[in-house]
Write a protein that binds this ligand. Structure first.
Ligand SMILES: CC(C)(COP(=O)(O)OP(=O)(O)OC[C@H]1O[C@@H](n2cnc3c(N)ncnc32)[C@H](O)[C@@H]1OP(=O)(O)O)[C@@H](O)C(=O)NCCC(=O)NCCS
Length: 203
């Protein structure tokens, strides 16, 4: 394991990296709690949006030439209705939020501060490109007794709280994907967390 380089990439600079980023998402989200079977066609379209949205960015962790982790972000306004609808329903203007899509880091590189750097870089990017008051992301909820939960698995809630994020009770969206071993996609609930970037309070 060499020196880790963290880069904030946008637009065309992302295009050559999209296949590697898709492989990272598929590899990391195969594990609990996502249990994502992986769909290369979906990945190509999903990630291309980050290259096409002028204010979006992907923070990439490189070990040498290899992308070993990535974190995505874009204005919430540029997200799909699936993601923005719960905010609109609550009367919260999506224009005030920057949305963090995901952080994925291969296991051997975890616990060295890269996840912390992903949050710092995304918050810095949001402040640089948009006049937003809040950052937000969502995470899948799984019951404590889920049969696929590995022994000793620890939720990221404490990690997220230490980065200054708080869950927003009742604010959630539904995304569908095919779980490992399933023939068809099933719906999954993802709960939103937020952090004020400016000191502004949520309405
Ligand atoms: C989320 C994820 C990217 C976090 O990555 P990570 O690099 O292991 O996290 P970090 O090493 O930055 O932080 C973990 C802890 O180590 C600490 N740490 C260790 N070395 C550090 C260093 N050199 N500098 C700063 N912090 C360090 C951090 O402070 C943090 O502890 P804290 O929460 O008490 O402050 C990673 O766990 C992952 O890919 N998980 C699977 C996918 C997932 O669930 N993603 C989130 C939803 S999309």
């Amino acid at each position: 394991m060499g020196e880790i380089r963290i880069e904030t990439l946008q637009g065309r600079a992302l295009l050559p990296l999209l296949p590697a980023l898709a492989r990272l998402r598929i590899a990391v989200f195969r594990d609990f709690p996502y249990l994502y079977e992986g769909d290369a066609t979906y990945e190509a379209g999903y990630l291309r949006r980050y290259a096409e949205s002028p204010c979006a960015a992907v923070i990439v962790a490189f070990d040498g030439a290899e992308a070993v982790g990535a974190a995505t972000c874009l204005p919430l306004e540029d997200e799909t209705a699936t993601v923005t609808a719960p905010f609109r329903a609550r009367g919260w203007d999506p224009a005030r939020f920057f949305y963090f899509g995901e952080s994925v880091l291969l296991r051997p590189w975890r616990g060295r501060g890269i996840g912390v750097a992903f949050f710092a870089a995304r918050e810095a990017h949001a402040r640089a490109v948009a006049s937003v008051d809040f950052a937000t992301f969502c995470g899948v909820r799984r019951p404590d007794d889920h049969p696929a939960r590995p022994a000793g698995w620890v939720a990221l809630d404490a990690f997220w709280r230490r980065r200054g994020y708080a869950p927003q009770p009742g604010l959630a969206c539904t995304m569908s994907w095919r779980e490992i071993g399933d023939a068809a996609e099933t719906p999954h609930t993802l709960a939103f967390w937020t952090k004020s970037l400016t000191g502004a309070a949520l309405p």
